[in-house]
Design a protein around this ligand. Structure first.
Ligand SMILES: Cc1cc2nc3c(=O)[nH]c(=O)nc-3n(C[C@H](O)[C@H](O)[C@H](O)COP(=O)(O)OP(=O)(O)OC[C@H]3O[C@@H](n4cnc5c(N)ncnc54)[C@H](O)[C@@H]3O)c2cc1C
Length: 500
């Protein structure tokens, strides 16, 4: 069998975007994806199926250090987690690339400045057809290109709250979103956050990056193919083979380049499980950093209720604010970002409050607006993914939690001032590893980081890792655009240095 030039492992934002970047080279590219396609089925828009019955949740367990199992919401399908994402495609702030003192701990500097990634941020925004508006958010970094589409409009009940917040001195901005709202609503009148997309208007890894890559005859996607091991050569350097399991059979390919993009947890797991005599701590791991620095954002759902407010919004998720992002608003430490959640219905609330009748929760929802508060989780060497035989162990050492509590407190005050006397909050925990990152980070020092600034493994010249595991910090914004931008940047680097 003819061997591919490049194997890409995983078709999420990292894998699909770099496939789009490399496809025009004509190189023979094989994408190996553990999952299958999300089909167009009624469950895709059925909130009881999604939230109450966990229809799409993989039946997988990860383990805490004490052996306690939990079921993580980590999705394995073509397009990866982006099939379910809230489609907020936002840049890190310029300051996020520099060392930042937080209430608890220091967020380290990136090995390069914002300006280095900026051109690829612009390309990623154009590629993913992001809708947005520059100039509303005082923390917005410089853009060399405007958004190609105007922002998704606020629904009237949301515009009302945006206006009240403005009047109270906050700076709400339109969330940059990868969603064609007319197409999405044409299928069914639901929000898109956490609802799977089957070519219904969400700009995800499958519908954008992968679709573009697969227009090229030199790119092939092989689904239901879970990579089980990467095998280095006798000297422990070059990756010689990629081993995977398809339909119960073990298969092997031997590409020239291997691009790992299985997600921040599974990429670390694969590297650790591929340990050999020359790489006893796992591949790419002479720094002993693979699996460490796991970050996942400190985040909470915050629901504001008023008997005099009526929320008839369908999707809701159109604005956010960064007034407490760089400081707490009074010269204190950075606290984080606030953005609207997709509209939380009674059916969604019931998943967390099973004993309350759904009609009662629908009444609450009719008078409520729902926010997502997100704070930076700072890298910590003991916050880590480990493997124990077939088991995946997650020891998440949350950092900077008091800053998150301050953010939630500030948000509650802002919402009360905006006319909501009752404000409830609930933190997200390890069962929601949606913003997982950091486990195979980039850095200038091979003793401190597994990857160089082009996401190439210091230990293996033909291995790149381009999913969210490369992120050296989590910042306090959604990760997907920063994963896509770096995948395009690394793709260009490979085109120039490896495939020219
Ligand atoms: C409900 C939800 C809402 C979110 N909302 C947002 C948002 O609004 N904005 C934002 O920026 N981010 C959001 N995120 C996070 C975002 O989806 C992720 O940051 C992004 O998808 C990460 O991309 P990735 O390439 O790192 O990995 P993934 O998307 O996890 O892709 C990894 C792929 O690799 C495959 N894979 C795994 N193991 C193997 C293996 N061994 N062999 C072969 N294939 C394998 C998986 O099946 C998957 O397709 C959200 C996530 C969730 C779950």
């Amino acid at each position: 069998m003819k061997q591919p030039d490049i194997v890409i492992i995983g078709s999420g934002i990292g894998g699909a975007t770099i496939a789009a970047a490399l496809a025009p080279s004509g190189a023979d590219i094989l994408l190996l994806e553990a999952g299958g396609h999300i089909e167009d089925r009624p469950e895709n828009r059925d909130q009881r199926a999604i939230f109450q019955r966990g229809h799409f949740r993989p039946k997988e367990f990860w383990y805490e250090m004490n052996g306690k199992p939990f079921n993580p919401g980590n999705y394995y399908n073509v397009g990866g987690n982006s099939k379910f994402f809230g489609a907020v495609m936002v840049r890190y702030r310029r300051e996020d690339f520099y060392e930042m003192q937080h209430l608890e701990g220091i967020s380290p500097a990136w090995p390069f400045a914002y300006e280095e990634l900026e051109p690829w941020y612009s390309r990623a925004e154009q590629l993913y057809q992001v809708r947005g508006q520059i100039g509303e958010d005082p923390t917005e970094p410089v853009h060399s290109q405007n958004y190609a589409f105007p922002p998704v409009p606020d629904e009237p009940s949301i515009a009302l709250v945006r206006e009240r917040m403005k009047q109270n001195g906050l700076h709400p901005y339109s969330l940059p979103l990868g969603i064609d709202i007319e197409r999405w609503l044409a299928k069914a009148k639901t929000p898109w956050d956490a609802h799977p997309n089957s070519f219904d208007g969400k700009m995800d890894a499958e519908t954008i990056g992968l679709a573009l890559a697969l227009q090229h005859p030199n790119v092939r996607l092989q689904t239901r193919s879970r990579v089980t091991r990467l095998q280095a050569g006798a000297d422990g350097k070059r990756i010689e083979t990629v081993q995977y399991r398809k339909d119960g059979a073990d298969e092997v390919v031997s590409p020239k380049l291997v691009i790992l993009a299985a997600g921040a947890v599974q990429s670390a797991v694969l590297l650790l499980r591929s340990a050999d005599g020359k790489n006893p701590k796992g591949l790419a791991n002479s720094s002993d950093q693979v699996g460490r620095n796991f970050m996942n954002h400190n985040s909470s759902a915050v629901i504001a209720v008023s008997p005099t407010y009526r929320n008839d919004a369908i999707y809701q998720k159109t604005f956010g604010f960064n007034d407490y992002y760089l400081t707490d608003g009074e010269g204190g430490p950075p606290l984080g970002n606030v953005q609207l959640l997709g509209r939380v219905s009674g059916a969604i609330l019931k998943a967390n409050m099973p004993s309350v009748p759904e009609w009662m929760l629908n009444q609450l929802s009719a008078h409520a607006i729902d926010f997502y508060a997100m704070s930076e989780d700072i890298p910590h060497a003991e916050s880590r993914i480990m493997v124990d035989g077939e088991r995946i162990l997650l020891q998440w050492v949350r950092t900077n939690w008091p800053a998150h509590l301050m953010l939630v407190k500030k948000l509650k005050q802002a919402l009360r001032a905006a006319g909501f006397p009752l404000v409830l909050s609930r933190p997200f925990d390890k069962r929601t590893p949606s913003h997982q990152c950091g486990t195979v980070r980039i850095g200038n020092d091979s003793a401190q980081a597994p990857l160089d600034i082009w996401c190439r493994a210091y230990d293996h010249p033909n291995l790149f890792v381009v999913d969210a595991s490369y992120l050296p910090t989590s910042a306090a914004v959604n990760p997907a655009l920063t994963v896509a931008a770096q995948a395009l940047r690394v793709g260009d680097h490979i085109l120039q240095k490896e495939l020219a």
